[in-house]
Write a protein that binds this ligand. Structure first.
Ligand code: AMP
Length: 276
């Protein structure tokens, strides 16, 4: 497995792949890898001949009060896991390599980047779109894979890539969960034992809300019930919303619905979503 730290070396690596007639798929991550990330690697293998993973904790998607400083970093273990998963190359740049000292360019988005997460993390999608555009342009892969775990982010990236005409096909991959339904997340490491026992209530609330709407309950009534359930379980919910899966606007049809939620448990903010 090749490990590259600079855009220059990444481009040289991509030129080498192209010279061999090999396509590649990119799997961007912030490290602290778990089975969800490795499922993206497995999916990427289905889209190209070679897989390039990236490890970069992107400062521009964290607000000053968020967990940039304490975000789990474990590069040696991550490289080992990626090597074992059969990744061909890893791009693990420094912050300065991605954001030079005179850096002055940011992506600003509307559309799927409005509402839900953006109402609580207004800086977030601008930071994500900015770094993902840079990673996609630096890597020059034919495909890239992102998790449905971050469903609104997946729609934002698809929109950004279409708008900027970046020649990389964006694929979503299903959420990998613990047996009790909790979506795998690097931030689950922050949970105390007691919080970990409570955490599956988020996925349960999503499923209960979806079942209620499918059963004929008005979405806003089902949402309010689910929010109450979460509060009783000890969460501080930011939102729990039934939306159109493509636009994130109001629900238009049962088979096009998505239920999305974010809620804080102790000091850990968890997000999850399911198809209606
Ligand atoms: P992160 O390292 O958390 O920024 O996530 C990197 C990529 O992994 C994103 O495309 C996420 O959506 C995806 N991802 C994170 N958790 C999961 C999961 N439990 N299942 C599938 N994909 C995931």
């Amino acid at each position: 497995m090749h490990i590259v730290r600079t855009v220059k070396d990444l481009r040289a690596l991509q030129s080498g792949l192209k010279a061999q007639g090999r396509t590649s798929a990119l799997v961007p991550t912030m490290g602290a890898l778990h089975a969800g990330h490795l499922a993206l690697v497995a999916a990427a293998k289905g889209h190209a001949d070679a897989v390039i993973a990236t490890i970069f904790v992107n400062p521009t998607q964290f607000a000053a009060h968020e967990d940039l400083g304490t975000y789990p970093r474990q590069e040696a273990a991550d490289l080992e896991a990626l090597d074992a998963a059969g990744v061909d190359a890893v791009f693990a740049p420094s912050v300065d390599e991605i954001y030079g000292p005179d850096d002055a360019t940011r992506i600003v988005m509307a559309g799927p980047a409005a509402g839900l997460e953006a109402a609580f993390r207004p800086h977030f999608f601008g930071g994500v779109a900015t770094v993902v555009s840079r990673l996609l342009l630096a890597a020059g892969c034919e495909a890239a894979v992102f998790g449905e775990k971050d469903y609104q982010q997946l729609l934002v990236i698809k929109r950004m890539v279409a708008d900027l005409k970046i020649p990389t096909a964006i694929h979503g991959a299903p959420t990998v969960r613990e047996d009790d339904g909790l979506a795998l997340s690097s931030r689950n490491a922050y949970l105390s034992a007691e919080e970990r026992a409570t955490a599956p209530a988020l996925n349960q609330a999503l499923r209960a809300c979806a079942a209620a709407v499918r059963g004929g309950l008005e979405p806003d009534v089902a949402e309010a019930q689910a929010v109450e359930t979460l509060q009783s379980a000890g969460f501080a919910p930011d939102y729990l919303a039934v939306r159109d899966a493509d636009t994130l606007g109001p629900l238009t049809a049962m088979d096009r619905g998505r239920v999305l939620a974010a809620a804080t448990l102790g000091r850990t903010r968890l997000i999850d979503n399911i198809a209606l």
